[in-house]
Design a protein around this ligand. Structure first.
Ligand SMILES: [Zn+2]
Length: 197
């Protein structure tokens, strides 16, 4: 037993005698891969909108508070919201330069995230900013006019998602080819980004 394990054994013995263990958390890396059926649910109009080059937000029917994002019920008053079109361009309210990201975006770091403000809307929209060299990012970005850009493949993606028949009772795994195709054809928030207007 090496020194490290001897240390753990000592701490374990101490724990069993009623002392505090001092045992360091056991940490390791593992791969996590599961298949599940994912639904955009009530946010679906937002994603369908993207396929047609439209940005959809919502507005409260009762207090008229407007959201630049999908919202079923108003956070302000609890009223029902209805869908409205958000202008395709706005201004950068603030930004952050990301040097770290989730697995999907890690290879794209460093990248810029912005909060966009739109005329006539009370809330902001979080998105990627492309077309600006992250190395040159600075306070001058704030207030810059930006416009929404949509992945040209979105209509094909929508077509694919609509036509795909999901077998809810299937027990076998997806084939590697199917997995790859579904990953490519899923409509995601990253199919939308902003660039300087
Ligand atoms: Zn309201």
């Amino acid at each position: 037993m090496g020194d490290i394990l001897a240390e753990d054994k000592k701490k374990l013995d101490s724990l069993l005698k009623g002392g505090s263990s001092g045992i360091e958390p056991l940490v390791f890396e593992q791969s996590y891969d599961i298949e599940y059926v994912m639904s955009h649910g009530q946010d679906s109009p937002f994603f369908v909108g993207l396929a047609f080059g439209k940005l959809l937000g919502t507005r409260c029917k009762a207090c008229h508070y407007s959201y630049a994002t999908p919202k079923s019920f108003c956070v302000n008053c609890g009223g029902r919201c209805s869908w409205v079109e958000v202008p395709g361009s706005g201004k950068i309210h603030t930004f952050t330069l990301c040097h770290f990201g989730s697995e999907a975006f890690l290879k794209e770091t460093p990248y810029l995230l912005i909060l966009v403000e739109f005329e006539g809307f009370n809330t902001l929209f979080l998105s990627r900013l492309k077309g600006v060299d992250p190395a040159t990012a600075g306070l001058k970005l704030i207030g810059t006019k930006v416009e929404a850009k949509f992945n040209p493949a979105l209509k094909d993606k929508l077509d694919f998602m609509r036509k795909r028949k999901i077998d809810y009772k299937r027990t076998e795994s997806l084939s590697p080819e199917e997995k790859e195709l579904i990953k490519k054809m899923e409509i995601k928030v990253s199919d939308l980004w902003f660039e300087p207007a």
